[in-house]
Write a protein that binds this ligand. Sequence first.
Ligand code: F6R
Length: 368
Amino acid sequence: EKGGHDYFMLKEIEEQPEALTNTLRGHFSGGGVVLDEQRISEQDFRDINKVFVVACGTAYHSGLLAKYAIEHWCRIPVEVELASEFRYRDPVLGRDTLVVAISQSGETADTLEAVRHARTQHARVLAISNTNGSQIPRESDAVLYTHAGPEIGVAATKTFLSQIAANYLVGLALAQARGTKYADELEHEFSELAAMPEAVRSVLDTVPRVRDLATRMCEAKAVLFLGRHVGYPVALEGALKLKELAYMHAEGFAAGELKHGPIALIEDGLPVVVQMPSVKGNSHLHAKLVSNIREIQARGARTIVIAEEGDEVVRPFADELVEIPAVPTLLQPLVSTVPLQVLAAEIARHRGFDVDKPRNLAKSVTVE
Ligand code: F6R
């Protein structure tokens, strides 16, 4: 039932194109986004002028990406917050606020309490979940299900990619309601999303290369992950996967912060995984990342670079290069996360750990 794999997580990593297809299916028709449940009136949805995204763990990382898309497309401010922090402060919420609660299980205690708090403050709540009829969707005003299928591995993989796609659909729904995008622009954005299952399928070709890389990284004392813009949440996610599966010290940093502290950690042989922005689509950031790589290489770091196919600029600075297909900037995390999932799982396997059931963790965290 593991589909010929040593562990479920690898099977689930390989199911990601299908999980994305299923998440997109039925959620865009007649030129617009269709939610699974919508109890927010059209007028109220149009009047939303502030968005909070609340979630925990990997779901939170997907939420960080929602900010880039929603602010860009809808021109409304978006705050992304850990559910466990949000509920214990006094966030400014009202009828014009949309709280997007992301939870694979739909049962995470902190996310559920954040939803309850938002509702007492009269905010509208939209749930993104992979579990039909779970508590968070039940207590929300609108629901978008990810349809990624059941995830057996404790570490989230296909549900993470599906959450990213779902977040973007919510962004398009808001853009549509607010009129910040014309119908043909919505169609265009959706068609780019719809092309992603194929791109993810092609990034799976890197699996053997990353497995090989993993054999050479399992003795590292620590691993750092650097990224910028949409590559920053990916760096956080890569580090989380490595911590939870391989029990290694791993940190994700925004590359622009390097000089403000983290560069002090760089020492001889330290592996640093770098997410490169698109060389064409984001050339100014690309140049900044190249100079970060030079700085850390000069201090002895071993650079593992995740870059677009055909990125000849970064090649000379990469000790190890993993090539991913070129896709639009906002969608890059859907392909660039995949090698990091494989890296963490394979390092864990080499270290002799149970990839599907990491110690001390549960699939659904129903207590605080
Ligand atoms: C990490 C992981 C966790 C969950 C988090 C939220 O691989 O799986 O960090 O993402 O516990 O769970 P849900 O999405 O069910 O609320």
